[in-house]
Design a protein around this ligand. Structure first.
Ligand SMILES: [Ca+2]
Ligand SMILES: [Ca+2]
Ligand SMILES: [Ca+2]
Length: 155
């Protein structure tokens, strides 16, 4: 009887440890994904030490394009899109992005179309603490972990 209880307790502890490990690893994955956005230097295209709205939106969208474009050929195929987007609506979303209907989404199509289906602009506003439409290094790195969405995908 007592032995059985001990075994059960050990099983319970093992379960807790495994659960904890899974949560820890999932947390690491999320942290890694959210923190590896473009660096401030990359976003500051004109090199004036600040990131304006256009630099931010274009830079962040370019970065998300690269993440979806798995083979880095500057085109997102239906297969690449389906691999990262598990939404049941993914195929229809792809059609919306592929405005010239040639079966691939180019960076140009991506930047122009994704802007209608993303909250990137809001994330700029959240980071822009002084509300002057420019981000300093401090403002940018402070809000860094909030992430943004394109359709239902988190970046
Ligand atoms: Ca700038
Ligand atoms: Ca590709
Ligand atoms: Ca296209």
């Amino acid at each position: 009887m007592g032995q059985e209880a001990t075994v059960r307790r050990i099983e319970g502890v093992r379960g807790t440890v495994v659960c904890g490990l899974v949560i820890f690893l999932a947390g690491c994955g999320m942290f890694q994904r959210r923190s590896d956005g473009p660096s401030f230097q990359v976003l500051d295209v004109n090199g004036d030490g600040q990131v304006n709205r256009e630099e931010y939106v274009n830079g962040v969208l370019m970065d998300s394009f690269r993440k979806v474009d798995a083979d880095r050929d500057q085109k997102i195929t239906r297969e690449e899109w389906a691999k990262v987007n598990k939404d049941p609506d993914a195929a229809a979303q792809f059609d919306r992005l592929d405005t010239n209907r040639d079966g691939v989404v180019t960076l140009q199509e991506w930047i122009r179309e994704v802007e209608k289906h993303t909250n990137v602009t809001e994330t700029f506003d959240e980071k822009d603490a002084r509300r002057d439409n420019f981000l300093t290094v401090d403002e940018y790195s402070r809000g860094r972990n909030s992430g943004f969405t394109i359709f239902n995908m988190k970046f």
